[in-house]
Ligand binder design. Structure first.
Ligand SMILES: C[S@@+](CC[C@H](N)C(=O)[O-])C[C@H]1O[C@@H](n2cnc3c(N)ncnc32)[C@H](O)[C@@H]1O
Length: 181
């Protein structure tokens, strides 16, 4: 009898541990794509193709170490930059890079899932994701971005949405679209 009670208690304990582990794992945001940085010459091409300048608010969806929004503000004179990144380690790294670059007052890095971020204030959106993620994002871009907002993507296109411009930079594709007026 005592053995059975101990077995029952063990079973209850194990169930609780499993339930807590499942709940905890459900709360950990999962990245949709791994971190691979965009080379600096491709960042420059993205900013040039999008004609980034004064008055622009540049978003990078999946911002990694922050290089795109930091370059937008520091080297191309954008008013502000917003990086959206799911991985907290990259968010910390990007904030430190912004401080080092002297632009911490004009960029912010949000630890968020890019699919839940409100994009309505962006005038330029940068992407380096995956083909399927670009397609998944397309309706959100059309729903939230103002007419005239530019979208630049490193490597991946938008399916049957023809780009306004497409260039090769050191063997890497860069695409530009504009939200129609
Ligand atoms: C290929 S890297 C690009 C990094 C940076 N944009 C660049 O071009 O150098 C993609 C980034 O997206 C982040 N990421 C993946 N899924 C995400 C999601 N759902 N929401 C926000 N960030 C995400 C990854 O952690 C990674 O840092």
């Amino acid at each position: 009898m005592r053995v059975m009670r101990r077995a029952a208690r063990t079973a209850v304990f194990c169930s609780l541990v499993i339930a807590m582990a499942v709940q905890a794992s459900a709360q950990v945001p999962v990245a949709d794509v791994i971190y691979i940085p965009t080379p600096s010459e491709v960042v420059v091409a993205m900013m040039e193709m999008a004609h980034v300048g004064q008055g622009d608010v540049v978003y990078d969806l999946g911002s990694g170490d922050g290089r795109i929004v930091i370059a937008a503000v520091k080297d191309f004179g954008a008013a502000r930059g917003v990086g959206v990144e799911i991985d907290p380690v990259h968010v910390q790294e990007a904030r430190a890079n912004a401080r080092r670059a002297g632009v911490a007052d004009r960029v912010q890095f949000l630890r968020q899932d890019l699919f839940t971020t409100n994009l309505s204030e962006a005038t330029v959106v940068a992407l380096y994701l995956l083909p399927a993620l670009n397609l998944q994002l397309r309706p959100k871009l059309f729903a939230e971005l103002k007419p005239g907002t530019r979208i630049v993507s490193h490597a991946f296109d938008m399916g049957d949405w023809a780009p306004d411009d497409a260039r090769t930079v050191n063997g890497r594709m860069v695409y530009l679209w504009t939200i129609p007026r």
